[in-house]
Design a protein around this ligand. Structure first.
Ligand SMILES: Nc1ncnc2c1ncn2[C@@H]1O[C@H](COP(=O)(O)OP(=O)(O)OP(=O)(O)O)[C@@H](O)[C@H]1O
Length: 604
């Protein structure tokens, strides 16, 4: 299969950068490797299984490292991502890899980077849904600032959230945003994802050299920190409804359903596809599976840019590692992945291509994650004991320099006693450390910043596609209505069919029905007057004294302000009393109807 020429992708500079990234990575997982292997005609990794033969391909990380250096330096690595993005090979564009190959993986949980595995290639029977190719998007942001205005009764204060953040991310890369809590990671992520519209940020954010536009929305996937999933839907239902609602109109219902299945296989969710998502009161899928469903919800539309807000929070380190590995696989399909991360393990830290370290909204480091430690040691900050690099960086960003060698400049200042700011245990205070790091980054890495601010040449076609409004989407109004209606019914089927609810509904209906049992329904006046007659002269009440008593009790319960002493003299069938009962009856009916239609969550 002919590879797409690099010129089809971004400019040579970008390609070189991405190629460099690719060469620095030993990051392809066995999962990703299978993807490569499954692509017929692919030369790397021992050859693909062409022609549907049963070719055993030995895969290992070392095999991946065989990445041809000439190929890398010529930019073919990005071309690979590019060709993947053009739907030719990788899985996460989701269109060519036989799911049987993926199914063989026995789910995501069995992926082990280090263990060589045999894979059967070329046994494809499942046909993948053809979708639009991933458009490679180069994200660049320079001197991004963001403020919020805090209004109180007396004053209006401006609060700086981000101060001059500069960085970039190319297709095929995973950029991690790291920093202590409150450092501005989520704000930066939201800005880059075009989700903060209330006040315009300073600086520039470009996507293939174009500013954010509405048409880009369709090319961006955003996985928020809080999982927004329906607890009573199964994994398969969740992704199928997402596909039905979000995929282009030109695809048939069957194709959309197939696309949902593709994503299930790609994310290794096939074993739990029929399990409910679950929630506070319902046991469902595991935390890692839940996160993968959230990611699936976004990659189902084949986005060019994927943003994730703390996708590993609350997960154990092994599951977190698998999630990050999956993000790499997604990136390798030509997507640009940007994620915030909290306290990653050292293994996880080394998996990121690029890193942004934030401290109090300022940039402390931007560059390759693998070079972060070298940079900080060059400015005099190194760990004094063996520690996880991520932990070390977060300590620094917090201004905590216990177990960290103090830069000689700062040490001198402390010893000379000319440090105006307070010191703690003879060590510079966090404020001073923060200022030092910000300053160090500003001056010593100014060159790096300059490189980023230089405009790069990107293929005209890519630029025009980014701002092109042409991308047909979604379902019609009526389709959306019916999909949401059925989704609402499915989501609540467990509520409807619970014995508690059925009993509750029957009991309410019986009690309310008793109010009008054996009523004189011939005329409106008769209906209204009849109970009054009974109340005023119960002995005339032929149908049943019991019936009358029940009614009185029910009305008393419904209208607590009427006490029994009032009843004989103050008939409840006064216009006000009856109107109240009518309102109650109608509101109950309305609520039943609305619940059946899928509106409102609480049932009756
Ligand atoms: N709209 C706003 N109004 C006031 N303050 C805000 C607003 N948005 C963000 N902030 C403040 O900006 C700072 C950065 O917030 P942000 O959520 O980006 O931090 P974070 O690094 O993602 O934190 P965490 O890791 O805890 O989620 C915080 O101090 C937050 O209180």
């Amino acid at each position: 299969m002919a590879r797409k020429s690099p010129s089809r992708g971004l400019s040579s500079e970008v390609i070189a950068e991405a190629a460099e990234t690719a060469s620095s990575l030993s990051r392809k997982s066995s999962f990703g490797k299978r993807m490569t292997a499954a692509s017929p005609g692919r030369s790397g990794g021992g050859g693909g299984g062409g022609g549907g033969g049963r070719t055993h391909i030995r895969k290992s990380r070392s095999a991946q490292l065989k990445l041809d250096l000439d190929e890398v330096s010529s930019g073919a690595a990005l071309s690979r991502a590019s060709s993947a993005s053009l739907g030719l090979s990788f899985s996460f564009t989701g269109f060519t890899v036989p799911p049987e190959d993926i199914a063989d993986l026995r789910g995501f949980s069995d992926i082990d980077d280090e263990i060589p595995e045999d894979i059967e290639a070329g046994a494809s029977t499942r046909k993948k849904v053809t979708m639009e190719h991933t458009l490679p998007i180069y994200l660049k942001f320079t001197d991004v600032t963001y403020k919020v205005i805090l209004k109180s009764v007396r004053t209006t204060v401006e609060k700086d959230i981000l101060n001059g953040i500069t960085g970039s991310a190319s297709p095929g890369e995973v950029l991690a945003l790291m920093g202590p809590s409150g450092s501005g990671k989520t704000t930066l992520l939201n800005l880059l994802g075009g989700r903060l519209n209330e006040s315009a940020p300073g600086g520039s954010i470009t996507y293939n050299e174009k500013p954010y536009s509405k048409s880009l929305k369709r090319r961006i996937g955003f996985v928020t920190q809080d999982d927004v999933l329906f607890p009573h839907l199964t994994v398969k239902e969740t992704l199928t409804y997402a596909a039905l609602l979000r995929l282009p109109k030109m695809l048939t219902k069957q194709q959309k359903e197939e696309r949902a299945m593709d994503v299930i296989y790609e994310l290794g969710l096939e074993r739990c596809q029929d399990t409910m998502i679950g929630g506070s009161f319902v046991r469902g899928v595991s935390g890692g599976e839940r996160k993968r469903v959230c990611i699936g919800n976004e990659i189902i539309i084949n986005p060019s840019l994927l943003f994730l807000d703390e996708p590993t929070s609350g997960l154990d380190s092994t599951t977190a590692l698998r999630i990050v590995q999956m993000l790499h696989d997604i990136a390798e399909a030509g997507k640009t992945v940007i994620t915030t991360i909290h306290q990653p393990s050292s293994r996880l830290f080394h998996k990121f291509d690029k890193l942004i370290l934030l401290g109090k909204g300022s940039l402390l480091y931007f560059g390759k994650a693998s070079e972060a430690m070298v940079y900080f040691s060059s400015i005099g900050c190194s760990p004094l004991i063996a520690m996880n690099p991520a932990e070390f960086l977060l300590d620094l960003a917090n201004g905590n320099i216990n177990d960290v060698s103090v830069p000689s400049e700062l040490e001198d200042k402390v010893q000379m006693g000319n440090l105006e700011t307070e010191t703690r245990n003879g060590k510079p205070s966090p404020v001073v450390v923060h200022e030092y790091l910000v300053e160090a980054y500003e001056t010593r890495v100014a060159e790096e910043k300059k490189k980023l601010t230089v405009s790069i040449s990107i293929d005209e076609e890519l630029i025009s596609k980014v701002s092109s409004p042409r991308r047909e989407w979604g379902a019609s109004w009526w389709q959306q209505y019916s999909i949401l209606f059925w989704r609402g019914l499915k989501e609540r089927r467990h509520d409807y069919l619970s014995w508690l609810r059925i009993t509750q509904v029957l009991a309410t209906a019986t009690i309310l029905g008793l109010l009008w049992w054996r009523s004189d329904s011939k005329t409106m006046k008769g209906m209204q007057d009849q109970p009054r007659k009974r109340l005023q002269n119960p002995s005339n009440d032929q149908p049943s004294r019991m019936n009358f008593k029940v009614k009185v009790l029910v009305v008393q319960a419904l209208v607590p302000s009427l006490n029994s002493s009032m009843l004989p003299h103050q008939p409840i069938t006064s216009t006000a009393g009856m109107t109240l009962v009518e309102i109650l009856r109608w509101s109950t009916n309305l609520k039943c109807y609305m619940t059946l239609c899928g509106f409102g969550r609480s049932g009756f």
